[in-house]
Ligand binder design. Structure first.
Ligand code: NAP
Length: 285
């Protein structure tokens, strides 16, 4: 019998039916002509530790981790990368010298998306305004601080969660009440929506941008719809805008590189493939 040498990875979650990660990774395997496979697995929370323990025996070189396993994966891993340590959650798992390593690539994905679609966006540092204080916000606050943006004003419905970000990340992160959003926008260089507001099926994000300097970059990590009402309003005011789909694509790349040994490219072809799967038309350019 011939032993298969094909490298295999997957995405785990519960449920997992919605994940588009297999489309992304199988596209890269295809265009790079690499032997490999990537699929999705529904792993219940009670099975997570057993799944990790059996990965290598199963021939899996790693996996992506999505809801509800991001915090548990972070805890179970033997080691964590610096981003995962800062964020307290993992989205990418790989092996080094037999040890299970947990990483978090959401912040990298966020930055790479802006670098690709708004080159030079970080040349003029200044205040960054982050709407929301959930899991995605934590990765983005970490990324913005890393690029030298300060202060980072975290504006959240539940003020205590914004305050917790300040406690975690230090004095450059300010907690702002949702009622003070207008004031928080003053002098801003970057505005990011990390709340679920504006997503299809969720309430809209109602916000007045009058106090935001005209040069400020506006980005939304919600990508269904691709152009959220925040992005449409910002575009009409002449702000540079970047949609959130690229973050999803770019956060996948470091995991692929760990597992399959090549850093893949996020191309227009890949973007078009995902948009076609989502059944939506591109609004960029
Ligand atoms: P999360 O941890 O549940 O956080 C949700 C955030 O939205 C919290 O700050 C919450 O405020 C706020 N929020 C929810 N409903 C609200 C409302 N009615 N009014 C005001 N604020 C409200 O979620 P997450 O994991 O951070 O994800 C947030 C969004 O980002 C989701 O839409 C997700 O799909 C998207 N996302 C996109 C990418 C990408 O690659 N583009 C990656 C990750 C996440 P409270 O604290 O007051 O509850």
């Amino acid at each position: 019998m011939t032993e298969t040498k094909q490298k295999r990875a997957c995405v785990i979650g519960h449920p997992i039916g919605h994940s588009r990660s297999p489309i992304i990774h199988n596209h890269w395997l295809d265009v790079l002509g690499l032997e490999g496979a990537y699929d999705k697995r529904d792993v219940a929370p009670d099975d997570l530790a057993r799944f990790f323990a059996s990965m290598q025996a199963e021939g899996l070189v790693g996996c992506n981790v999505t809801v509800p396993h991001k915090e548990a994966a972070f805890r179970i891993a033997d080691r964590r990368d610096a981003a995962a340590e800062a964020i307290g959650a993992a989205n990418t798992i790989w092996f080094e010298k037999g040890e299970l390593v947990a990483g978090n690539t959401d912040g990298l994905g966020f930055l790479a998306n802006l670098d690709q679609h708004a080159p030079g966006w970080d040349r003029e540092k200044g205040p960054a305004i982050v709407l929301g204080a959930g899991g995605a916000a934590r990765a983005i606050i970490h990324a913005l601080l890393d690029r030298g943006f300060a202060p980072v004003r975290v504006v959240n419905r539940t003020l205590a969660k914004a305050e917790a970000m300040g406690i975690q990340f230090g004095p450059d992160v300010e907690a702002w009440a949702w009622e003070d959003l207008d004031k928080a926008l003053m002098g801003g260089a970057v505005l990011v929506n990390t709340t679920s507001l504006g997503m299809k099926g969720q309430p809209d994000l109602v916000i007045t941008l009058d106090n935001l300097p005209a040069t400020a970059l506006v980005t939304d990590i919600v990508y269904v719809p691709l152009e959220t009402s925040l992005l449409a309003a910002a575009r009409k005011r002449g702000h540079p805008t970047v949609d959130g789909l690229g973050m999803l694509l770019h956060q996948a790349a470091p995991g692929f590189a760990h597992w399959f040994g090549t850093m893949p490219e996020v191309t227009e072809t890949l973007r078009a493939l995902i948009l076609s799967d989502m059944g939506i038309a591109d609004t960029k350019d």
